[in-house]
Design a protein around this ligand. Structure first.
Ligand SMILES: [Zn+2]
Length: 290
């Protein structure tokens, strides 16, 4: 129930589903494929847009592949997938019903405009790490990538998300950062500025899959796995209050805001992923605080 709290009311959803079914019925070949779509009762909670975590419901008997990757459907019908920042065109959802019959439903990907953020005064050694540090950075990046590959059978992502820390949004997803005048890779997370020591809480339930107090670029890192390949990565932490394997609920403390790693001031960087696809956490948060 929680994931649809901010979504259309039940009657509206019903109309949307009916409209989707009508669309399929009129555009698909007149036999098995429309039946598969109807049986899978596919419903997506938000627009298919660059950077979005898409939460969906479907008949648990159906299997769903998105962009060639399995999107696990939970026993009560929850599934999720993500749209990358630079994805364009359309996303294809391959539906397979209990009888093994398949159909493909495609949705256009809405594009977004991303900001350019200029940050000066970043220490040169952090902008261009010395060669002897490169191997360490690669190793640390790989360690995070490894835990993001998990596909746990828990639909914790389907719960309503809350803000992990109170503070000003100081950096947004997808922005192109320019450090000391040199364009860098886009910023793939949400920055919330707060004083060092400000408590950070879990924005949604999950299991802690990674803890590292002192990565070169990220400083203190915690990865929280919300199931089905959805994970939150929190970086620049001053203190970490959880250990790998801990089960946390939304609102449970996980650590403190800091300025560790590559940063110009204390803030929480929150990255959201569907496996290796970096997504925007902000649309998941209550509008009141946006
Ligand atoms: Zn950041």
């Amino acid at each position: 129930m929680p994931i649809f709290d901010s979504c259309p009311s039940a009657p509206v959803r019903h109309l949307l589903l009916a409209a989707a079914a009508t669309l399929l019925a009129t555009t698909a070949p007149a036999f098995a494929s429309s039946t598969v779509a109807e049986r899978c009762r596919l419903a997506l909670s938000v627009p298919v847009e660059q950077g979005r975590l898409i939460l969906g419901r479907a008949d648990p008997a159906c299997r769903i592949r998105v962009g060639g990757r399995e999107a696990r459907v939970s026993a009560d019908g929850h599934f999720a997938f993500g749209i990358g920042r630079d994805a364009t065109g359309k996303i294809e959802l391959e539906l397979t019903d209990a009888a093994g019959r398949r159909t493909v439903e495609s949705r256009p990907i809405a594009t977004r405009r991303f900001a350019v953020q200029r940050i000066d005064g970043v220490p040169p050694a952090m902008v261009e790490p010395p060669p002897e540090i490169a191997a360490r950075i690669a190793r640390e990046r790989a360690a995070i990538a490894a835990v993001r590959a998990r596909d746990d059978d828990r639909a914790d992502f389907a719960e309503a998300f809350i803000w992990p820390v109170r503070g000003r949004v100081s950096g947004v997803y997808g922005s192109q950062r320019v450090f000391n005048g040199i364009p860098r890779a886009p910023h793939m997370g949400l920055d919330i500025a707060a004083p060092t020591g400000t408590p950070i809480v879990a924005p949604a339930p999950g299991i802690v899959t990674f803890v590292q107090p002192d990565q070169y670029l990220n400083g203190g890192v915690v990865v929280l796995d919300h199931g089905h390949g959805i994970s939150s990565t929190f970086i620049h932490l001053h203190r970490i209050d959880v250990a790998v394997g801990d089960r946390v609920a939304a609102g449970d403390p996980i650590g403190q805001v800091g300025a560790t790693g590559r940063t110009t001031g204390p803030h929480l960087h929150w990255g959201l992923n569907w496996f290796d696809v970096a997504l925007d956490p902000w649309p998941l948060l209550p509008a009141l605080r946006r």
